[in-house]
Design a protein around this ligand. Sequence first.
Ligand code: NAD
Length: 497
Amino acid sequence: MTTRQMTAPRHSAESRTYRQLIAGQWVAADDGRTFDDFDPYTSEVFARIPASGAADVQRAIDTAHQAFPAWAAMGARARQAIFLNAANILERRADELVLLMAKETGCASPFARFQIQWATGLLRQAAGYSYLPGGEIVASDMPGVFAMAVRKPLGVVCGISPWNGSLALGFRTVAAPLACGNTMVLKPSEDAPVCAGLVMGEIFHEAGLPPGVLNVVTHAPGEVGPVADLLFESPHVRAYNFTGSSRTGAALAARAGQQLKRIALELGGYNPMLVLADADLDYSVDTAVFAAFFHQGQICMNTRKILVHRSLYDAFLVRFMARAEAIRAGDPSDPATRIGPLINDQAVAKVKQGIDEALARGARRLVGGSMRGRCVDPTVLVDVPADAPIHSEEVFGPVVLVEPFDDEQEAVARANATAYGLSASIMTADVWRGVSLGGQVQAGMVNVNGPTMGGEPQIPFGGVKDSGWARFGRWAIDMFTDLNLVTVSQARRQYPL
Ligand code: NAD
């Protein structure tokens, strides 16, 4: 039994044994160990995954280091072709991957299809990075000196991916670093080693990525220690691309900082939605239902708190509760299912604890709370006191708080009363008022008349405060390249010495 799962898993007759990708070869762990990857809905083991340790990671780092010079030097056209191939392969494999995401992560088909479409767009956009300007000319005050600021890849980048938007975020973890000419070791989440890691390896391998450019190393739950030690201590690893919780991100940032290495951080969120007095009520309810409960509340950008102007509060609650009550968590492999189970037993326990602590402090649950296995139905809480942890902390499940407000400035202050700052939304008929208030909300992404959740591949995706500091879209190029100065003196220079 794995540590991520307390209920005993059943072994499915079809469970597959995977291998990991090192130096262009699909290999077992050095010592041959595997761990069980289970389906959160059925509790069946659907895959066996290499349980790697230090020897595997060392080989992956070494091979990425060796592959770097040739990959960095590869021409733009050849590199672009690989990314375009990868996008086509991903599209071709869509139906199979939708099922795989359901089995490994409990992801229902609407979010799985979104992830595939998003990642396909990301790969096609990253294919163009090789043709973007690689630097600029800088004016020199010295006669005859020609100065260039040139972007160069870093070397080996370590990617650490989460399980929740497994396929989209697995590709986001590798796309920009690879497209910039770096080589990589990808360490996917132990909760989604296939969809957040091995699938990236399979698709880029088939697309023609040279051996060693992308290596994927998997580890068992509870065994990240020796893997992380090597990844953070190796002098060959120049940078990290991390997406995950703020707690892990802070610990890894401290570790990277000790080695003076850079780390891109995309972390948790506690995302507010403000419904102003002049908002369209029906559209606000539609937006809130989607933003709070999509992927059973396991997206960093899900709305966690809805602040509604008191003049609309009662009407909003009646409509919102009816809509929330109509959604039932169920079998993610059924195309009709809108939301599936939570990822594991710890996630269910965390959500339950968050709700129970709020209820014990006087909150009221208007809808939801029923749990069948790992399926948790949408839950709406009101009157949650400020000392309940869920009032400002992410529990990562289908639970949302609704609060009335009287004054817009008060609503902004309450929206900002969290350590996070990922995304926010403001619903109003007065777009410019929305923009102006949005400027006061501490969030990396503000959406006027849109959900907190969104994110196309080309936007400067990212948060502020405890939500991290990375920016994706073309801004990721700055994170995964060095800016070097090159000067050329066209004539003999005169020196003072
Ligand atoms: P997590 O922090 O538990 O794990 C993320 C990754 O870090 C996994 O690969 C895990 O194995 C690895 N990890 C954990 N401890 C480590 C260590 N000591 N050394 C090295 N690696 C280690 O997060 P999670 O549960 O997988 O993901 C959910 C969290 O991620 C939520 O908080 C969510 O909001 C956040 N998230 C943020 C974004 C974003 O873009 N801002 C996107 C998705 C998820």
